[in-house]
Design a protein around this ligand. Structure first.
Ligand SMILES: [Zn+2]
Length: 212
């Protein structure tokens, strides 16, 4: 599947799963020095492959009639400093709730480790600016996900599928935390508990085979 077709597929999924509304949210996927990105001003479930611009890693438009998403500078900045091959940015509800009220999403569930543990909230800056790109880049250091203050979330992956699944997980973790706060005080996993999870996943016990 071409890079542009992937954007259409995951754009559709992002809308279907309620992760974005209207023309909010943007996705990109990289191949070598080229990045296919969703266009500005088009709802993610209305994309066709030709609508998706292709830019080079320095931000020059290579192909496409529409303007790249206004958050393209943030995507390019993230590609510059991470090994990411794909990026998903949404304004999903629970992610945005956490991003407007907290400075980080603490690890209340061990699956947070799949995103690198606690998720930082990048300091607020106007959308599309180099300041926001720099803040997001700092918040992503060593992580697969970051939240953007008063804005939304961003996740990275080796493939668009991975980045998209990271966005779904980020939203789920934020929802669990926010709902947890409405019931009581969510318990935050300790470093020791998280280390034990990593150890367990690296050394899973093998089930003994019953021999007749
Ligand atoms: Zn945004």
């Amino acid at each position: 599947m071409s890079l542009r077709e992937q954007l259409c597929e995951y754009g559709q999924k992002a809308v279907e799963q309620g992760l974005v509304i209207g023309t909010s949210g943007n996705l990109s996927v990289r191949q070598g020095e080229l990045v296919a990105v969703t266009p500005s001003g088009v709802a993610l479930d209305r994309l066709t492959p030709e609508m998706c611009p292709i830019v080079d890693i320095e931000g020059y438009l290579i192909e496409g009639d529409l303007q790249p998403s206004s958050e393209t500078p943030m995507h390019l900045a993230v590609y510059e400093t991470t090994g990411a091959q794909a990026i998903v940015h949404t304004h999903s509800v629970f992610g945005t709730v956490v991003a407007t009220t907290m400075t980080e999403l603490p690890p209340v569930h061990y699956n947070a480790l799949l995103l690198g543990g606690a998720v930082r909230v990048a300091e607020y800056a106007t959308y599309g600016t180099p300041e926001l790109a720099a803040n997001v880049r700092a918040a992503l250091d060593g992580k697969q996900a970051a939240l953007m203050a008063n804005h939304g979330g961003v996740t990275i992956g080796a493939t668009l599928e991975q980045a998209f699944e990271a966005t779904r997980l980020l939203e789920w973790l934020c929802e669990v935390y926010v709902r947890g706060l409405s019931v009581g005080r969510p318990t935050i996993l300790t470093d020791e508990q998280l280390a034990a999870v990593i150890d367990r996943s690296l050394n899973p016990p093998a089930f003994p085979r019953r021999t007749p």
